[in-house]
Design a protein around this ligand. Structure first.
Ligand code: SF4
Ligand code: SF4
Length: 195
């Protein structure tokens, strides 16, 4: 059966750093270097081969690229110099753009909550972030988790390592400039996608 190259072409042209996948020689060093390898459904090597083989659904629906913790072990060891960490994150984002990624995937959900929190104040508001994460599976579960962690929270508050700002009202200096910078970055991204 002939390979369908349309998916590979799409990834090469539209996924972040996707063009590098052509350079992979399937040596498996990345798979052997990844500390989370045993927990991945597909290693980076396998993902790259599946992309070449046109297995779009299997790749885009996979949880594998959401498992990367950016340790860079694979990247420093790849004999072909592929920016594997960036490619893997790029594939996760590509799956979101293609509307194939599971909305409830935990890494995706965490990344979204973290980003929204950071964008709101210009820096992470730990108390609001923790509260939102605790509540992700419902209020009773969130309250239970909060009670379990109350001693640690109190001790962090006392030592000044946690700020009492449950609604995340604090803002960095120059917050308007920060928002303008993000707006510009989004416009640039959008233009790139349309070109
Ligand atoms: S280490 Fe590099 S060349 Fe080897 S399989 Fe992984 S990505 Fe491909
Ligand atoms: S950067 Fe990601 S893919 Fe590479 S070795 Fe670390 S966890 Fe695995």
């Amino acid at each position: 059966m002939a390979y369908d190259l349309s998916f590979a072409k799409d990834v090469y042209e539209n996924a972040e750093e996707g063009h590098w996948i052509k350079m992979c020689m399937q040596c498996g060093v990345c798979a052997g270097s990844c500390p989370l390898g045993p927990h991945w459904e597909f290693s980076p090597r396998q993902l790259f081969q599946m992309i070449r083989a046109g297995k779009a659904e299997e790749v885009l629906k996979s949880e594998s690229m959401w498992m990367c913790v950016s340790c860079y072990h694979c990247m420093v060891r790849c004999p072909r110099g592929l920016p594997i960490t960036h490619i893997v994150h790029g594939l996760a984002r590509f799956a979101v753009e293609k509307k194939r990624a599971d909305k409830d995937q935990v890494t995706r959900r965490f990344a979204k909550i973290l980003w929204e929190n950071m964008e709101r104040g210009g820096r992470i508001g730990e108390m609001a972030l923790t509260t939102k994460l605790y509540m992700v599976n419902g209020i009773p579960d969130g309250v239970k988790k909060g009670m379990e962690m109350k001693d640690q929270a109190m001790s962090m508050l006392k030592s000044g390592r946690l700020k009492m700002d449950p609604l995340h009202l604090s803002r960095i200096r120059g917050h308007a400039g920060f928002k303008a910078m993000l707006k510009k970055a989004r416009e640039i991204e959008q233009k790139k996608r349309e070109s």
